[in-house]
Ligand binder design. Sequence first.
Ligand code: ATP
Length: 238
Amino acid sequence: MSIGLAIENLHAGYGPATVLEDVSLTVNAGDIVAIVGANGAGKSTLLNTIAGLVPASSGRMRFGDTDIAATRADALPRKGLVLVPEGGRLFPFMTVRENLEVGGFSRRKSADFSTWLDEVMDLFPILRERQGQLAGSLSGGERQMCAIARAVMSQPDLIMLDEPSVGLSPKLAHEVLGLVQTLRDTKDVTVILVEQNVGEALAVSDQAHVLDHGRIVRSGPAAELADDPAIQKAYMGL
Ligand code: ATP
């Protein structure tokens, strides 16, 4: 079973500018948890702070037994926590397979490399077809899948996805978010999903938090938030 995340009274920002104000949330192992909110609400800052890329000015962050704030960013993947940044940041001049191999360097469990690569490609069959192609030549949807697959190659317990559906057609966005659900169901990973595509994100998530000007203003079961007229009006254009 994968392990959960607990964040308490987190403050973080850039220099003197505070972005996150007193953020507290827990993510239960095995859940998909959506973080939604308007542009500039602080969603990416939250993921980047958890990933150790933005320093916390105060508060506590614990992932299983690991005190995240006391752990270097580059050590977190080996503790089971990985971030897929917005846009994926693939290595464009490496092939799809090479990108996946890079992800596999920090593999945490003893599974044989080629067996694990095969399993990951089973989940993303398009990547098997495209494995010899340069990552920079992939379409938007394929690129996003490759970025997620590269993170899965490290055998994470918790994967944080920053806007995986951005720039994709509604059909592809639906497909990518469906894959996130399959990933959780088959690979026993916990997922934090930052999305502007609020309706789709809530549809695949168990729990959700709404971030507004750096504060969590609403938390609850995703289905409950999806049915709430105030959320529908503010974030789903209904
Ligand atoms: P978006 O959906 O537009 O990415 P977001 O909810 O992810 O929005 P953030 O990217 O976390 O929001 O931005 C929150 C605030 O922090 C914004 O006011 C933004 O301008 C500011 N910010 C983000 N990155 C930096 C940075 N590197 N330096 C200074 N300010 C930043």
